[in-house]
Ligand binder design. Structure first.
Ligand code: CA
Length: 486
């Protein structure tokens, strides 16, 4: 661990425990309220506290406040980088092959027990507001007010406890509407019981239609490009030999007609088209992100003024990461870092020391076990994740995983199904959905220490024999342990 990390971890921790001791406060006596806020596709590159390359033009002061007053996870990962499955894994604490929600088309069945049911049974008041996206009518929540499917950015249609009764929110933006409903629910709740509210924004999912009040934002800004955005014009023409780049990226490029308004690029050469499309995409996306940050500010203000800040665990995360031009991609799905990483911040002044960055590997299947831990509900055997409450307290969790298993199930020619293992040093990916003539061409191997941006696939069984052998045996072990053995 680097010296600055030790400082970051120890000094606030000592002060924190001293304060607790002086107050004679029992750390674990009360069960906290839980405000779990989640965005759709809001990637770490577009969070100020993750060191966004879009600074200083782009800021997220309210998200950064949660990180400053609480903890930020550096290595939080999704187990299947796509909206519907990630949401199902978060609720059930299970990998996709166990809860059955493997692709965008799958449904979380109403009889599948999840976090909401368990918290309700333990006396929590449970609410769900915003994007649900799991097809079925929600169960396990005392209150829900949701959109169907992807929902709309402008004039969103909400369904409040009745999927047959649409209510159009005229002349409003979804991020504002969801926040209004969340605050209203917290105001009107039964004050005698703790609550868990899940607030799921539609932003920053494509087509990045921001509120009109942000239309002038970033008007004269040219955003920095990732170094590997133009990579296919350089030496790394394809990540995998024999995998034609034009097939791989055809559905991974932002288009001029994505987002708000059309970008007229007639007569512009292909290289410049890519650059201008990127600028438009980033501008629209970040305007949606600012909309979330402003609304998180409103929510934090409400918690402050209502006296809820000290006994509420506040979490903000995203259902997965997202490419913002890296490898010349937008979208998610691939096991590469930008898509795999879930940004995650949490604040709970009674227990989480301020300003700490946690390095352990945390997965989306750990979320439900952790929230159950706070609610003092025993962890059911059916859940595959583990509680990371210890890490959130700034303590070391013994026997914690030092690698993680990932599997993307949806299969198409452009975005083939794959699975893999990520350790602290390397990543090995196997594309089971890719049709190749030579077996070696289904693998990707990255040395994350030497090549953190994953620009060079070094898979070559002879050259990297030892590394490959160890990773393959780790991958096999995870598949056996997790029961993914097709
Ligand atoms: Ca998503």
């Amino acid at each position: 661990m680097a010296p600055e990390m030790l400082y970051q971890r120890r000094v606030p921790l000592m002060l924190f425990f001293l304060c607790c001791f002086l107050n004679g406060m029992s750390l674990f006596a009360a069960r906290p309220n839980i405000l779990f806020m989640m965005a759709d596709d809001h990637t770490s590159q577009a969070w100020g506290c993750y060191g966004s390359r879009f600074s200083p033009h782009f800021k997220t002061p309210h998200i950064d406040r949660i990180a400053r007053e609480g903890m930020r996870l550096k290595h939080c990962f999704v187990t299947n980088s796509i909206c519907v499955p990630s949401r199902a894994s978060i609720l059930t604490g299970q990998y996709s092959h166990v809860n059955g929600v493997k692709t965008l088309r799958d449904t979380l069945q109403p009889n599948q027990k999840h976090l909401g049911h368990l918290l309700s049974a333990a006396g929590y008041q449970t609410g769900l507001v915003g994007k649900w996206h799991l097809k079925s009518v929600p169960t396990g929540f005392d209150y829900w007010n949701i959109t169907k499917g992807q929902g709309r950015y402008h004039d969103p249609v909400m369904y409040e406890m009745d999927i047959g009764k649409p209510l159009v929110q005229k002349d409003q933006h979804s991020t504002d509407v969801f926040t209004d409903k969340a605050i209203r629910w917290m105001k009107e709740r039964d004050q005698s019981r703790p609550f868990c509210l899940m607030l799921h924004f539609k932003a920053t999912h494509e087509p990045w239609q921001f509120h009109r009040r942000y239309a002038g934002l970033f008007a004269n800004v040219t955003f920095a490009e990732p170094e590997n955005m133009m990579a296919d014009t350089g030496p790394h023409k394809s990540r995998i030999p024999g995998w034609p780049l034009e097939i791989l990226t055809r559905r991974m490029l932002a288009r001029p007609d994505h987002g708000d308004g059309f970008l007229d690029l007639s007569g512009v050469d292909p290289k410049q088209t890519r650059r201008e499309t990127y600028q438009k995409f980033v501008r629209d996306y970040l305007r949606c992100a600012v909309g979330i940050d402003d609304n998180i500010g409103r929510l934090l203000h409400y918690l402050d003024e209502s006296g809820l800040s000290s006994n509420t665990l506040v979490i903000y995360t995203s259902d997965q990461g997202y490419f913002m031009g890296e490898h010349n991609y937008f979208d998610k799905r691939f096991m590469l870092e930008e898509s795999l990483r879930m940004p995650f911040v949490a604040r709970y002044p009674r227990e989480i020391p301020p300003g700490v960055i946690e390095e352990d590997f945390i997965l989306n299947v750990d979320f439900a076990p952790t929230l159950l831990d706070y609610a003092q509900v025993p962890l059911p055997n059916s859940m595959q994740g583990r509680s990371f409450r210890k890490q959130l307290r700034g303590e070391r969790a013994e026997g914690w995983r030092d690698s993680m298993y990932y599997r993307y199930w949806e299969n198409s020619k452009e975005r083939p199904a794959h699975f893999g293992i990520r350790t602290k040093k390397a990543k090995l990916i196997f594309y089971d959905g890719l049709e190749v003539t030579e077996p070696g061409n289904q693998w990707e191997l990255y040395d994350l220490k030497k090549d953190p941006d994953e620009n060079t696939n070094i898979y070559d069984a002879k050259m990297q024999a030892r590394m490959t052998r160890e990773l393959k045996s780790g991958l096999k072990r995870w598949r056996r342990v997790l029961g993914d053995v097709d």
